[in-house]
Design a protein around this ligand. Structure first.
Ligand code: HEC
Length: 133
């Protein structure tokens, strides 16, 4: 609603400055399109839904845990505890999860996890991974 109110207020101004109607409305559409695009991107970057988070916690504790240890303190794979991960670049950890580490037992998870979900896992691993619900 605030957006609409803003439109109404600024509408008369361009007419006084001699901007042609179609040009102005084209510009307005362009701005609105970008604003909506921005909103869409923000939503796309959101963390997974609570239900999906519970599934992911289970997956990490059980499937990842089979190599990284049930408490993520290490096994065949290295420990995934905050002390070890907090200062590693999140982007590279996300890539490790999605694409694996070729030449090591770390498999790619891109078929099972979206990029946002991998990002959520890394965020949680770096802070302290939640227990299974
Ligand atoms: C089959 C065993 C295995 C499974 C299953 C596995 N990993 Fe790994 N993972 C490894 C190994 C081994 C490494 C170390 C690779 C290397 O030597 O660089 C690793 C490395 C990593 C790293 C990088 C750690 C660091 O300190 O750089 C992350 C993050 C990671 N795994 C997350 C996961 C997650 C999340 C899952 C589950 C979605 C998972 N792994 C499942 C074996 C596994």
């Amino acid at each position: 609603m605030r957006f609409l109110a803003l439109d109404v207020k600024i509408l008369p101004v361009p007419a006084q400055r001699g901007l042609s109607g179609p040009f102005f409305y084209g510009l307005l559409c362009c701005v609105a399109f970008n604003v909506l695009g921005g909103v869409k991107n923000v939503l796309a970057d959101e963390f997974p839904s609570l239900r999906r988070q519970a599934d992911i916690v289970r997956l990490v504790r059980q499937d990842c845990g089979s190599c990284h240890g049930m408490t993520l303190a290490g096994g065949l794979g290295p420990a995934l505890l905050p002390a070890l991960l907090h200062d590693k670049p999140a982007e590279s950890l996300v890539a490790t999860i999605l694409y694996g580490r070729p030449g090591t037992p770390m498999p790619p998870w891109g078929d099972f996890l979206s990029e946002n979900e991998a990002r959520w896992i890394v965020d949680k691993l770096q802070k302290g991974f939640p227990d299974e619900p």
